[in-house]
Ligand binder design. Structure first.
Ligand code: NDP
Length: 311
C-alpha cells in the first residue's frame, strides 16, 4: 500500500476535529449524521446509492461527496450492515486517509475485524474505534444513542465531541473489539428476553388472557424487559411490524456473540439456543425484508397461537 497520498491533519492529542464525515445513510446513519451539522466546519456524507447522500445534503445541509473525499475528514464515521462491508470500504479509503484521523465504526461488527482494522489504520498513523450503538432508529433520530467504545482512550478523546452529537451515553468498554463484543451480547440478551416473552404471552393466551392485559401487569412487575415494554406493545401485539431493524442484522449480532463464547469455551446454552432460533426465523425472509420483531411470527407458527388480543 502506498502512503504517498496521505495528507497530514493536526496532532489528535492537541487539537479538536474540524471536519467530520459519515459513511452509510441507512436507517441509523441517516439520523445520526444530521446531528453533526453546525458542530464542525465541514460535515460530509457518503452513501453507496449516492441519491441518498444528495437528499441528505438537501434536507440537513451536509455536503454530499465521493468516498475519496469523505475519508479525508478528521473524524470518519461508518454505519454499514457488516464488518466485511466496512473492511471493503476501508481498503478503498486507505490511500486517501489523513494522518491522525480517527475512524469510528458504528456498525454492529465483529471484534476480531475491529482489531485488524485498528492495526491497519495504526500503520498509517490513524486510529480505529469500534463504536456500535444501541437505541433503535428513534434514539438515532433524537440523538440519544448508547455508544459502546473499543479502542484507545486518546482516539476516543479526539472523536468524542463528534460522537456526543448523537449520543446519550458513551462508555469506553476496553481495547479494540470490546465495543463490538458488548453490542453483540446486548442484542443476544434482548433476543433471549423477546423469545421468552413470546413463550410466556402464548401460554397466557392459551389460558384465555389477552396479551395486552398480561403486558400491563408484567410491565409493572419483575418479568418486564425492553421486549415487553416496547417491542411487544409497539410492534407485535398491534401487528405493526415496522421495518426499522431487520431480522437478518439481529441474527448476525447473535452469531457474533456465539463466536465469542466458542472462542473462549464459555458454556452458554441459552444464548446458543436462542441465537439459533433467531437464525431460523431470519432464514424465513430475504435479507433486508423483515423487521426483527417478525421472529414472533416464526414462534406463532411453532405454537399455533397468535400473540394478539381477542377482540
Ligand atoms: P440499513 O440496511 O438501513 O442501511 C445500510 C447502509 O449500508 C445503507 O446506507 C446502504 O447503502 C449501505 N450498504 C449496504 N451494503 C453496502 C455495501 N456493500 N457497500 C457500501 N454500502 C453498503 O442498516 P441500518 O442502518 O439498520 O444498520 C446499520 C448498522 O447499524 C448495522 O450493523 C446494524 O446491525 C446496526 N444497528 C441498527 C439499528 C437499527 O435499529 N436499525 C440499531 C442499532 C444498530 P444503500 O443505501 O446504497 O443500500
Amino acid at each position: 500500500m502506498s502512503t504517498n497520498n496521505i495528507s497530514t491533519n493536526s496532532d489528535t492529542t492537541t487539537t479538536q476535529p474540524k471536519s467530520v464525515s459519515f459513511l452509510g445513510l441507512g436507517a441509523m446513519g441517516h439520523h445520526m449524521a444530521k446531528h453533526l451539522v453546525g458542530q464542525f466546519e465541514t460535515v460530509m456524507v457518503w452513501n453507496r446509492s449516492f441519491d441518498k447522500a444528495e437528499a441528505h445534503a438537501k434536507e440537513f445541509g451536509t455536503q454530499a461527496v465521493n468516498l475519496r473525499q469523505a475519508v479525508t475528514a478528521d473524524v470518519i464515521f461508518s454505519c454499514l450492515p457488516t464488518s466485511n462491508i466496512v473492511d471493503a470500504v476501508i481498503e478503498q479509503a486507505l490511500p486517501h486517509l489523513s494522518t491522525n484521523s480517527v475512524w469510528a465504526d458504528c456498525t454492529s461488527g465483529v471484534p476480531d475485524q475491529a482489531k485488524a482494522s485498528q492495526a491497519k489504520l495504526k500503520a498509517i498513523g490513524c486510529e480505529f474505534l469500534d463504536a456500535p450503538v444501541s437505541g433503535q432508529t428513534s434514539g438515532a433520530d433524537s440523538g440519544t444513542l448508547t455508544v459502546m467504545i473499543g479502542g484507545s482512550a486518546e482516539a476516543l478523546a479526539y472523536a468524542k465531541p463528534a460522537i456526543e452529537c448523537f449520543a446519550g451515553l458513551i462508555v469506553h468498554v476496553g481495547d479494540s473489539g470490546a465495543g463490538f463484543a458488548v453490542k453483540a451480547v446486548n442484542n443476544t440478551l434482548f433476543a433471549i428476553n423477546a423469545w421468552a416473552a413470546a413463550e410466556g404471552l402464548s401460554v397466557l393466551k392459551a389460558h384465555g388472557v389477552n396479551p395486552s392485559d398480561a403486558l400491563a401487569c408484567i410491565n409493572k412487575a419483575s418479568g418486564q424487559s425492553f421486549a415487553t415494554l416496547a417491542t411487544f406493545p409497539d410492534r407485535i401485539v398491534n401487528r405493526a411490524f415496522p421495518k426499522t431493524f431487520t431480522i437478518d442484522l439481529m441474527a448476525k449480532d447473535c452469531g457474533i456473540a456465539i463466536d465469542l463464547q466458542t472462542e473462549k469455551q464459555v458454556p452458554t446454552p441459552v444464548m446458543a439456543q436462542v441465537s439459533s432460533l433467531v437464525r431460523a426465523a431470519s432464514n424465513q425472509h430475504e435479507p433486508g425484508s423483515a423487521d426483527f420483531s417478525e421472529f414472533a411470527k416464526f414462534y406463532e407458527m411453532m405454537s399455533g397461537l397468535d400473540i394478539t388480543d381477542e377482540k
